[in-house]
Design a protein around this ligand. Structure first.
Ligand SMILES: *[C@@H]1O[C@H](CO)[C@@H](O)[C@H](O)[C@H]1NC(C)=O
Ligand SMILES: *[C@@H]1O[C@H](CO)[C@@H](O)[C@H](O)[C@H]1NC(C)=O
Ligand SMILES: *[C@@H]1O[C@H](CO)[C@@H](O)[C@H](O)[C@H]1NC(C)=O
Ligand SMILES: [Zn+2]
Length: 356
């Protein structure tokens, strides 16, 4: 109980709406809200406190999605207690945005009773597109899924162990790639690594929206997608030394593939979201100030947050509320909850008991 009391004391605003327990049932998303939990805010250089890009999207109508599933992010998904996610949207096919799909596909099937559906872009050649990538994933895990069907899947008639790829044409601007139950997800091409495919994504529901830039250099198409949105999650590379002191390679990378913090300030100033979020930065106490001051040069006022793992954003008509999701350091995955205790409820009680 000591842990719970300490947390509630530090985060009084959180106490009313959520608890520190991973299986908590009173931590549901309000009906009028889009909740975004950052599962990974970092770069391919995964760190214990900053894994690669991933977001859990929970909509007030009960829908749940993942945006990207970068290296290391699966552990943070499990820590949130969300096992039954079956829809994933990929901004592009860099490993820091999709490498943990392997874990989600096979390990999360214990909570998932329907196929895992994955949306992602095509590319310049068929073998570079989403469908080929998912076919490769299936092959990568062929022994795993075959073996599981003989043991873990015995008696199960559901499709939790299958995966479906929805490849969309990467060239089409502002394309609605998903439209169900009042939720639209729109993709638009952006500029990253000079090879076609990278896309930005936008969610619209209940007159609320947010945009996730994916990884990109500044581009008209992103400006247009982000017009009038409530929240813009903008990827940047940084913090950076002065541009003219950078090597040719670093300059070329920035020129073709990434936003600088100052360029992020420019798109925030242009699109004026209710909350601007800097994402994909390597955040240390020492770098925070430099990042903010570079963005603020171009975006002097307006809400600004540097994204970190397990940051939560609740978007509603009242505004965007920024908090931190409380999860256990040693969460139990669905595998343990189910196989050790036979029921989720028993698992919850056992889990809570550990923290008494
Ligand atoms: C979703 O997209 C369709 C077009 O594909 C449009 O008719 C509809 O108004 C959109 N709904 C939302 C909530 O944006
Ligand atoms: C990057 O862009 C800047 C500004 O347009 C230009 O001065 C510089 O030469 C470019 N460098 C590379 C390596 O592309
Ligand atoms: C923000 O954008 C406006 C144009 O809409 C421009 O006049 C202004 O200089 C920009 N602010 C900064 C700090 O760059
Ligand atoms: Zn990336």
């Amino acid at each position: 109980m000591r842990i719970a009391i300490a947390l509630l004391a530090v985060l009084p605003g959180l106490a009313a709406k959520s608890t520190p327990w991973v299986y908590s049932t009173d931590d549901t998303v309000p009906e009028d809200t889009i909740r975004i939990t950052t599962l990974g805010s970092g770069t391919p250089d995964v760190r214990r406190h900053q894994v690669a890009s991933s977001f859990l999207i929970e909509i007030g109508n009960g829908d749940k999605f993942l945006f990207d599933m970068g290296s290391g992010s699966y552990q943070n998904l499990l820590a949130t207690g969300q096992y039954a996610i079956d829809k994933v949207f990929l901004s592009h096919l860099h490993s820091d945005h999709h490498a943990d799909l392997a874990s989600l596909y096979v390990n999360a099937m214990f909570g998932r009773k329907v196929p895992l559906e994955i949306w992602g872009p095509s590319s310049e050649k068929p073998e570079l597109g989403l469908a080929a990538s998912i076919e490769g994933l299936r092959q990568f895990l062929a022994w795993d899924t075959f073996a599981r069907r003989r043991v873990d899947m015995i008696g199960r008639k559901d499709k939790g162990d299958t995966v479906i790829a929805h490849e969309f044409d990467y060239k089409i601007e502002k394309q609605v790639i998903y439209s169900r139950d009042g939720v639209n997800i729109t993709a638009t091409p952006v500029e990253h690594y000079t090879t076609g495919g990278p896309s930005a994504l936008r969610v619209d529901w209940n007159s609320l929206s947010f945009v996730y830039s994916g990884d990109t250099h500044p581009t008209r198409t992103l400006n247009e997608l982000a017009e009038g949105t409530d929240m813009l999650i903008q990827q940047i590379m940084g913090p950076l030394p002065a541009f003219d002191t950078l090597s040719f390679e670093s300059q070329y990378l920035l020129n073709t593939s990434h936003f600088t913090p100052a360029q992020a300030g420019e798109i925030f100033n242009l699109t004026k979201p209710r909350l601007a979020v800097i994402h994909h930065a390597t955040v240390n106490d020492a770098s925070r100030e430099a990042l903010v001051s570079d963005v603020r040069d171009k975006y002097p006022k307006g809400g600004l947050v540097i994204n970190e793992d397990l940051a939560v954003y609740d978007i509603s008509k009242e505004g965007v509320r920024h908090r931190k999701r409380i999860v256990p350091e040693r969460s139990w995955g669905f595998w343990h909850a189910e196989s050790n205790w036979n029921s989720l409820e028993a698992g919850q009680q056992q889990f809570a008991a550990l923290y008494k």
